[in-house]
Write a protein that binds this ligand. Structure first.
Ligand code: NAD
Length: 394
């Protein structure tokens, strides 16, 4: 099959196996180039096939030589249709890890379910005994609650009042105004159920009950705060509400892990980046396009892998003491949030139009990063050649 990108709105419905593998290889190469990290040895990554979770897994394995178990929910290929990119990423990661003599095991399925938690615990018991780091990096459109069976849907909406701002159709390059109606109470609690901290707590409880958390084990989950221009839709909206709940859970889990050999749990606030999840949020892709332009010009731009390598090497491990903000969060969004960068965003924001989008923003960089998520635009990959889309999970 010859696989080309097919973009539908904010999603690309095709993915290229060789391109995804090349992307994973780029990340591995980057982590190796930064040298070893005296870090974790046995790591569970929940949400390990894309974005920040995949970058955490690559960093743990190729920075610290860690054995990794990855949990993810991806669709395999079907007749005439390639698999989702996380499927190919996970295979590429696993092949590379095993070739480097590292243990890597994949558990494919719904991380919110009791069944997948039981499968992971059985895998840890059988192969690793215990884990010393649990990374929680899920971003999901829905969650079936394991106890009630209720399906909670994720929706990105403001709270309290409608929100109007500029947004960009990244595919067509059209800048327009969008108005998003506020969430209902039911929608707010649904988003908290999907993206809040309950499932992280259920994971840690299940792992602790099964005695598969090593003494001193740590856990980290990821959040975003961002600048005022996105607050109505992010920080003060449904997703921000869920992230507040994630912070609540971090404190509860921290207390539990402290009692387990002085471990800890915390939130790392990461930079805004192009991922499958962030591309679905209105307004944010325009902010990211402006941000990339400014940070690239300053030489401070980072992608998922640079962020996670820096998190592990300078905050969590290597003998460093994590620097917490006033709310007890680690911040690797520091370079995004410095006043000079945000002043520049504020200056550019009102001036952006469809006509000057290319000049005022890094929409070109946004698009190429977006395509890369699906394995397109990687150097050295022949996109005109036939490629086998059906690759079994390993
Ligand atoms: P992503 O879409 O790139 O990856 C999500 C991962 O979750 C994938 O591995 C997917 O397979 C997995 N997943 C989703 N539903 C699942 C399920 N039911 N069972 C098992 N696995 C499932 O997401 P991302 O952007 O890397 O986000 C990860 C975390 O980082 C989120 O908490 C997000 O809020 C946070 N974050 C993202 C950004 C950003 O700009 N993208 C910034 C800061 C923080």
């Amino acid at each position: 099959m010859i696989i080309k990108p097919k973009i539908r709105g904010f999603i690309c419905v095709t993915a290229h196996p060789d391109g995804c593998a090349a992307h994973v290889q780029e990340w591995i190469k980057y982590v190796k180039s930064k040298g070893p990290i005296a870090g974790p040895k046995k790591v569970l990554v929940i949400g390990s096939s894309m974005g920040y979770g995949l970058a955490s897994r690559v960093t743990a394995a190729f920075g610290s030589g860690a054995a990794t178990i990855g949990v993810f929910f991806e669709r395999p290929s079907e007749e005439g249709r390639p698999a989702t990119p996380g499927w190919y990423n996970s295979i590429a990661f696993t092949q590379a890890a095993r070739a480097a003599g590292l243990y890597a095991r994949n558990v494919m399925g719904d991380a919110f379910s009791d069944d997948i938690k039981a499968q992971v615990i059985a895998a840890i018991k059988a192969d690793l005994g215990q884990v010393d780091l649990v990374v929680y990096s899920l971003a999901s459109p829905r969650r079936t609650h394991p106890k009630t069976g209720v399906v909670h849907k994720n929706c990105i909406k403001p709270i309290g009042a409608p929100y109007t701002n500029k947004t960009v159709d990244t595919d067509k390059g059209i800048v327009s105004e969008v108005t998003i109606e506020p969430a209902t109470e039911a929608e707010i609690s649904d988003v908290v159920a999907v993206m809040g901290g309950e499932d992280w707590e259920l994971w840690i409880q299940a792992l602790a009950d099964a005695k598969v958390l090593a003494p001193g084990a740590q856990s980290v989950a990821y959040s975003y705060i961002g600048p005022e221009v996105t607050w109505a839709i992010y920080k003060n909206g449904t997703i921000g509400h869920a992230k507040d709940d994630l912070e609540r859970a971090a404190k509860a889990i921290d207390a539990k892990l402290k009692a387990n050999g002085n471990g800890r749990a915390f939130i790392s606030v990461n930079k805004a980046l192009v991922t499958q999840s962030s591309s679905a949020i209105p307004v944010v892709p325009l902010y990211i396009s402006i941000l990339y332009k400014i940070m690239k010009a300053r030489g401070t731009h980072e992608g998922c892998i640079e962020q996670m390598q820096r998190l592990f090497a300078t905050q969590l491990y290597n003998g460093n003491t994590a620097k917490f903000d006033e709310a007890g969060r680690v911040r690797v969004d520091d370079l995004e949030m410095i006043p000079e960068v945000q002043d520049a965003v504020r200056r550019i924001w009102p001036a952006v139009t469809t006509e000057n989008l290319e000049a005022q923003t890094d929409i070109a960089g946004y698009r190429s990063e977006f395509l890369k998520l699906f394995g397109f635009g990687l150097p050295g990959v022949n996109y005109e050649a036939e490629v086998e889309p059906h690759v079994p999970m390993i």
